[in-house]
Every structure is written in structure tokens, then in C-alpha cells.
Design a protein. Structure first.
Length: 169
């Protein structure tokens, strides 16, 4: 009988151990929960680069013209997760414990649309995101467009205009 009592006390001692704490290294200090920001009524600014990616929703995020944009935070202050809301009601969530990046948002969107054909879209390109705290503080509205918008296409057209203006003089 003493042997079973001994085994029971070992089992009981396992239950009494405190659960291990989460590693602090996996949590960044400058990254917030969107709900906490809402309580503090902190303003959020979305990276303006998202409006100029020229990215098609059913293509891989790696097809973005300037891959350096993918590493940028989606918004300031950085958040751990954000819901991306499409006008027709679809919602996807982008997550990253170190702060959601533009790539995280594009990955979440791409996961929903990667199997769709080009002709299934009315507006196949990302036009950017909008944050309207009066409507819903905890999500960004996704805007789409018929034509790609990108820094490269804007730069080339302005260079052509400058050359044309210089030629006219």
C-alpha cells in the first residue's frame, strides 16, 4: 500500500507545478493588441505603400514590383493581428506576433483568392486599405480596383511627361 501512496503523491506533485510562462522573446514590446489600442483611443496609420503595390489578389505576394515593401509594418503602431474586411462581407485575418507586415496582409488575402481565375474578379487589384474607427476600430476595409497602381508605373509616366515637356520647349 505504501508503494501506491508513493505513486499517487508523485502524480499529485505534477499537478501542483505552475504552468510555464510564455517566452518573452516571442513578444515584441512595441506590438499591441488592437483591442488595447481601441480602449486607449490611439490613432492608427496605415502604410501608404499599400496603395501603390500593383498587386493582383490571386497572385503570390512575391510578385509585388518592389519586394522591399513587403517587410514594412502594415500600420503604426504595430498590431499582432488585424481583420481585413472586403466590401461584400468576406473577412480575413492577418497575424504576426512581431507586428503584422504588408506581406502578412497580402498572404492572408492571397490564401482566400489563389484558386480564383482572373475573370472571376470585378476588381482584381489591391487599391489599399482604409481604417474608419467610427465604423469599426478593429478592422481595415480592403479597397480594390480594375487597374494596377504602382510606384513604377507612376514614375515612368511622370518621366515621360517631363521628357515631353522638355521636348516642347
Amino acid at each position: 500500500m505504501t508503494e501506491t501512496e508513493n505513486n499517487l503523491s508523485k502524480v499529485d506533485s505534477l499537478v501542483e507545478e505552475a504552468p510555464k510562462k510564455r517566452r518573452a522573446s516571442s513578444m515584441a514590446a512595441d506590438v499591441f493588441n488592437i483591442e488595447d489600442l481601441e480602449k486607449e483611443k490611439k490613432p492608427i496609420s496605415i502604410a501608404p505603400e499599400t496603395q501603390k503595390l500593383g498587386w493582383k489578389l490571386n497572385k503570390s505576394p512575391t510578385t509585388v514590383e518592389d519586394p522591399a515593401f513587403l517587410k514594412l509594418p502594415l500600420c503604426e503602431p504595430k498590431v499582432k493581428k488585424i481583420t481585413l474586411h472586403f466590401p461584400l462581407g468576406l473577412e480575413v485575418t492577418a497575424r504576426n506576433l512581431k507586428g503584422v507586415t504588408i506581406k502578412d496582409a497580402l498572404d492572408a488575402i492571397h490564401k482566400q483568392f489563389k484558386k480564383r481565375q482572373d475573370d472571376e474578379f470585378d476588381k482584381p487589384y489591391l487599391a489599399g486599405f482604409e481604417w474608419d474607427p467610427s465604423e469599426d476600430y478593429t478592422r481595415f476595409v480592403v479597397h480594390q480596383t480594375n487597374t494596377p497602381t504602382s510606384f513604377a508605373s507612376n514614375n515612368t509616366s511622370s518621366k515621360k511627361k517631363k521628357k515631353a515637356a522638355a521636348a516642347e520647349e
